[in-house]
Design a protein around this ligand. Structure first.
Ligand SMILES: Nc1ncnc2c1ncn2[C@@H]1O[C@H](COP(=O)(O)OP(=O)(O)OP(=O)(O)O)[C@@H](O)[C@H]1O
Length: 358
């Protein structure tokens, strides 16, 4: 697949802080890419460097095969959708959308009939037909989000950068707009690079998920691989669905502060602090006396609380060293064990489901 954007060894420092520390990425044409990272990992700086609002200290940026480090933002043909939408409050929906086309640096369009026709098409594409003449204060948050997107898409960019585009919306609308954004992108065939601090959003939306950790790309894979095979303990931690234990590796076991976890072929070269990860939904809760098989790992915990989230229940248990571990039971699979407060339970998982890092 052709790459629309390629970054090689891009760095950006502020004093001693290496905000971008040797970024290598290649974004395919016609794809939805999520960029996930914790606060301060460099997501916004990376978008700003790609858009041209900040210059990198070193490294190269190729956009459609051409070096663009010296090209100013308005000549890059890269769209940018800001979290707060940055709409013009005195203009209508159509006026905001037309603005991008009439005022773009490359080939501005001044023929009002052409502008009207293009606005009509793009309004239909983002699902705003009928609202063209409304003021942007008279539409909902989700509709404002679409206006911001339409204003960018009408300029026919080859890449659209979206900085936390759903961050200003309430939780229900955010979930609905995920599907909308994906559908709009598919209709226009442009690559979207969507920055988010939410792992669920990144995994739900991206064909590819880039994970940023302290200015470096920690993983670049499809969502399924990131979710099932995070490449490092740091990535597993950001995903917010793995329990992590630090400890030591012996030949056949991971020695954690709460006991030995027998391994099943997992090997890791010991270079750093070893870590053991088990996904929340890979753990089952059983009565203390329930039997375990040779393939299973068992620890004990004291039940603290449950949290219902529609399709699943997340249960929290404290272990003997004081840490809390989380268990997720999907309600579609089986009725979960009902736990009594302060009760002791066995927490069991299959050896093969654990991931080991070092
Ligand atoms: N102009 C600046 N001067 C100095 N340091 C900066 C500047 N801009 C950003 N930084 C630092 O660079 C690092 C990366 O910032 P960035 O805004 O890209 O993080 P982020 O991943 O977008 O975080 P968040 O999710 O909180 O928005 C942070 O430590 C930030 O404090």
């Amino acid at each position: 697949m052709a790459a629309v954007l390629q970054l090689s060894q891009v760095t950006k420092a502020y004093g001693a802080l290496r905000a971008l520390d040797g970024i290598d990425i290649s974004l395919p044409d016609n794809a939805y890419i999520s960029l996930l990272g914790p606060s301060g990992s460099g997501k916004t700086i990376l978008l700003r460097v790609i858009a041209g609002f900040e210059a990198p200290d070193s490294g190269s940026i190729l956009f459609k095969g051409e070096r663009v480090e010296a090209v100013p933002p308005h000549r890059r043909n890269i769209g940018f959708v800001f979290q707060n939408f940055a709409l013009f409050p005195h203009l209508s929906v159509a006026g905001n959308i037309a603005f991008g086309l009439e005022n773009r640096e490359l080939n501005p369009i001044t023929d009002s009939a052409v502008v009207r026709a293009r606005v009509k098409d793009i309004v239909a594409l983002v699902g705003l037909t009928g609202l063209e003449d409304r003021g942007v204060a008279q539409i909902s948050g989700g509709q404002r989000q679409r206006v911001a997107l339409a204003r960018t898409l009408i300029t026919e960019p080859s890449l659209v950068l979206l900085d936390e585009p759903l961050g200003a919306l309430d939780a229900n609308l955010r979930t609905r707009m995920r599907a909308e954004l994906r559908a709009i992108r598919e209709r226009c065939g442009v690559t979207f690079l969507h920055v988010t601090g939410s792992e669920t959003e990144a995994l739900a939306m991206g064909d590819t998920v880039l994970v940023l950790d302290r200015g470096r790309i920690a993983q670049a894979d499809d969502a399924d691989t990131v979710y099932n095979r995070p490449r490092s303990a740091a990535v597993a931690r950001f995903l917010n669905c793995y329990n992590l234990f630090e400890g030591q590796l012996s030949k056949d076991d991971f020695i954690s502060p709460v006991g030995r976890f027998p391994l099943q072929g997992q090997k890791a070269d010991v270079r750093g602090q070893p870590a053991y990860a088990i996904r929340y939904d890979r753990i089952s809760v059983r009565p203390l006396a329930a039997p375990v098989t040779a393939e299973e790992v068992r620890i004990e915990g004291t039940f603290i609380a449950d949290e219902y989230s529609g399709a699943a229940i997340n249960s929290f248990f404290s272990l003997d060293d004081g840490r809390v571990i989380e268990v997720e039971s999907h309600l579609s699979q089986a009725a979960p064990q009902t736990c009594v407060p302060h009760g002791r339970y066995a927490l069991v998982w299959k050896r093969q489901n654990a991931l080991v890092y070092a």
